[in-house]
Design a protein around this ligand. Structure first.
Ligand code: SF4
Ligand code: SF4
Length: 395
């Protein structure tokens, strides 16, 4: 199957333009952009995944129409709290990230890798139901672009390639959005990942509402993005359009109230593996796994084989979590039996050992683990507390 926009039938990683965040050239499209863009993507063979309202939360899901976008909705987030409500306008992207990230589509929670069916004379093999899907991800935020780049590094560019992810990712199209709203748990600015998108997109839009005028400033980051832009009616952005779009990102950055402390998290964590803070956190942590399930960079999975009496065997891959007891089962016993050791494992992997493995932090500052932790454990606060307590001189 050939895709309309760029060559998406290749396992080659995408080549995205890398910017320093400044808008160099852009086009402007009227506020009804998504009413024409989404049918265009669907008719080109893409499954469009975009924010939509589902059971009270704004989540990425497959949509069929621009009307499925949560137009006029917003959210309010905090540690262990989330609420969405109608903000009473026609803004398309006036909210921050919800609990579901793009890995739910590129690396689904449950995936059948292989089925083997016994026939009269031989065995029939079928592999990978994921193969061949082409997703157009619409409304992707800067933190989620950074998470995609991390997942690419882990699942495509490392020694052990995830074939299903690589296949789906190589066909994917990314239409990003520069955030105009900062959630109370967002800390992308301190992680250097947002709120402005600097790479990893085919197109990026900034939503501008100026009086009665509702427009999008659109920049392309790949040839595929430029193809799409060329197929839509647009005008060249004026200097004031570009200034206003840059101001949206500046205002969002200024509104971010949470930050990762400016400390060397690698040294702080690895020097304090026996600190009493881990026991203190374990008094609150439920080992529920929520923080890992909402995290856009987590990638751990487990493989299970099943057989039935009719002669069919199935191999599946499911998300796993370092908070589950079985996760560290070695030679018949889990080696991380306490909640304290499991939380410590999670945070030291994200903010320390990830640098050894993949050359970057494993956290992009999306804040999901803070919002969706049922007891409101905040990764930034725990680092702040560890830093303060580690500096206290014992008397
Ligand atoms: S650790 Fe938390 S804030 Fe960091 S990327 Fe994962 S969910 Fe987002
Ligand atoms: S830190 Fe919070 S979300 Fe993560 S396992 Fe513990 S209770 Fe669950």
């Amino acid at each position: 199957m050939g895709w309309l926009f760029g060559d998406r039938n290749t396992a080659e990683p995408h080549r995205y333009a890398q910017t320093n965040g400044d808008i160099v050239s852009a086009r402007v499209i009227q506020g009804d952009l998504f009413e024409s863009l989404i049918p265009m993507l669907i008719s080109s063979g893409y499954r469009v995944v975009a924010p939509t309202l589902d059971e009270g939360a704004i989540v990425y899901d497959v949509i069929d129409d621009a009307a499925d976008l949560p137009i006029g909705w917003t959210d309010e987030q905090g540690p262990a709290s989330y609420r969405s409500y109608d903000r009473g306008d026609d803004v398309y992207f006036g909210y921050s990230v919800g609990p579901r990230s793009l890995r739910a589509f590129l690396s689904p929670p449950h995936l059948t890798l292989l089925t083997i069916t016994r026939g009269d004379t031989d065995l029939a093999f079928a592999s990978d139901e994921h193969e061949g899907r082409a997703y157009a991800f619409v409304g992707v935020r800067a933190c989620d672009l950074a998470a995609l780049a991390i997942q690419d590094k882990v699942l495509v560019e490392s020694r052990f390639v995830d074939a299903a992810y690589t296949s789906a990712r190589s066909r994917s199209l990314v239409i990003a959005v520069n955030c105009s709203v900062a959630g109370a748990t967002c800390f992308c600015a301190s992680m250097g990942t947002g709120p402005r998108c600097s790479s990893g997109y085919d197109l990026v839009v900034t939503e501008l509402v100026r009086g009665d005028a509702h427009e999008f400033v659109v920049e392309s980051g790949t040839d595929a993005g430029a193809d799409i832009l060329g197929a839509l009616g647009s005008r060249e952005a004026s200097p004031s359009d570009i200034t206003d779009a840059a101001d949206v990102s500046l205002a969002t950055e200024r509104a971010i109230s949470t930050s990762m402390p400016d400390v060397d998290t690698y040294t702080l964590l690895t020097d304090n593996l026996e600190h009493s803070i881990w026991e203190d956190i374990a008094q609150r942590c439920l080992s529920c796994t929520n923080c890992t399930l909402v995290c856009p960079t987590c990638f751990c999975s487990t493989i299970s084989d099943f057989t039935d009496l009719a002669g069919k065997a199935t191999r599946t891959k499911s998300w796993d979590s370092c908070f589950s007891l079985d996760f560290s089962n070695l030679h018949g016993h889990p080696v991380r039996t306490s909640s304290s050791s499991r939380y410590r494992q999670w945070i030291t992997h994200k903010l320390a050992y990830w640098y050894d493995q993949f050359g970057s932090s494993g956290c992009v500052g999306c804040g999901r683990c803070i919002t969706w932790c049922p007891v409101g454990i905040d990764i930034t606060e725990e680092i702040q507390r560890l830093d303060s307590e580690a500096q206290e001189v014992p008397v």
